[in-house]
Design a protein around this ligand. Structure first.
Ligand code: PGA
Length: 267
C-alpha cells in the first residue's frame, strides 16, 4: 500500500485526480471503477476541471460503479445513478452507454449480480477502482462480516452505515436497508485501487484498514492483499496511523526517484 497524506482533502483529491488522469491518458480505452458518497466529490470536480480546461478525454472510458440502493429508481435524487450523472457523467465526455451502475430494481438479483460481474469481465476487468471507506471500515457496501471472497450480491446495510447516510435522506427511517454491491473479491480483482478518506471521523477506520489485521470485520483491510493500492488521505483521516513518519519517508523517496535527485541530505 502506498499511503499518501496531503494537508487538506482538496490537495489529496487533486493528487488522486492526477493519478486517475494519468491512467486515462496512458490507456484511453480504460475501465474505471467508480464510487459515490461525499468522499469522491472533490476528485470528480477535479476530473471535470481537467476535462474542461485540459481536454482530458473520457470518450473511450468505460465505468462500473460499486453499488446501488435496492428499490430506488435512477431518477431518485439519492440513487447512485442520479449521483453519478449529476456529479460526473453529465459534465465530462463519457458515453453514457459505457457507464454502469448496478440496477437496484432488478427482479432476479442473483441473475442480475452474475450479469454485472460478467459485464466487468467482458470489458477486460477494472483498471482502476476508486474507493471510499465507511466509518465501520466497509468498502462499497461490504459491511463488517462480509466474506473477503464475496462477489456482487445483495447486502443488508449495517446500523453505522444507515446512521452515516441518514444525512442524505433526511432521517434514518428513510434510508434503504438493502443494496446491490460489488463484493470484496470483485474489488480485489481490479488492477489498481485508489482508496480515499478525509476527516477525523475516518481516522480509526483508516488505521484499522491500513495497519490492522486483515479481517472480514473491516473489509477495507482486505486491500492489504492487493498488489497496487494508493491511499489518499488528509491530515484528519491519517491522524491514527502509527507509521505516519515512514509513509512520509516513502513519499520523499518516490519524489527523489521521479526527479532523479537521489540525495538523502538536504544540501
Ligand atoms: P462517504 O462514504 O464518502 O459519504 O463518507 C464512504 C463510504 O461509505 O464508503
Amino acid at each position: 500500500m502506498r499511503v499518501i497524506v496531503e494537508k487538506t482533502p482538496e490537495a489529496a483529491s487533486q493528487r488522486a485526480a492526477r493519478y486517475v488522469a494519468s491512467l486515462v491518458r496512458e490507456k484511453p480505452i480504460c475501465v474505471l471503477g467508480l464510487a459515490t458518497g461525499g468522499t469522491p466529490l472533490k476528485l470528480y470536480g477535479e476530473l471535470i476541471r481537467m476535462h474542461q480546461e485540459e481536454g482530458l478525454d473520457f470518450s473511450r472510458t468505460t465505468s462500473f460503479n460499486l453499488d446501488e440502493y435496492v428499490g430506488l429508481p435512477p431518477t431518485h435524487e439519492q440513487s447512485y445513478r442520479y449521483f453519478m450523472q449529476h456529479n460526473l457523467f453529465d459534465k465530462i465526455n463519457i458515453d453514457v452507454r459505457n457507464t454502469h451502475v448496478p440496477d437496484g430494481r432488478a427482479l432476479d438479483f442473483d441473475k442480475y449480480c452474475e450479469h454485472y460481474e460478467q459485464m466487468i469481465v467482458d470489458n477486460g476487468g477494472i483498471d482502476l477502482q476508486i474507493l471510499g471507506i465507511g466509518t465501520d471500515g466497509h468498502i462499497a457496501f461490504n459491511e463488517p462480516g462480509s466474506s473477503l471472497g464475496s462477489r456482487t450480491r445483495l447486502k443488508t446495510l449495517a446500523p453505522e452505515t444507515v446512521k452515516d447516510n441518514a444525512r442524505f435522506f433526511g432521517g434514518e427511517k428513510l434510508v434503504p436497508r438493502l443494496a446491490v454491491t460489488m463484493g470484496v473479491g470483485t474489488i480485489l480483482e481490479s488492477k489498481k485501487c485508489a482508496l480515499l478518506a478525509f476527516g477525523e471521523n475516518k481516522a480509526e477506520a483508516i488505521a484499522l484498514a491500513v495497519e490492522g489485521p486483515v479481517t472480514a470485520q473491516v473489509t477495507a483491510s482486505a486491500l492489504q492483499m492487493h498488489r497496487e493500492v494508493h491511499v489518499f488521505l488528509d491530515e484528519g483521516s491519517a491522524a491514527h496511523l502509527a507509521r505516519r513518519e515512514y509513509y512520509d519517508e516513502v513519499e520523499k523517496a518516490h519524489q527523489m526517484l521521479e526527479t532523479g535527485k537521489l540525495s538523502w541530505t538536504d544540501d
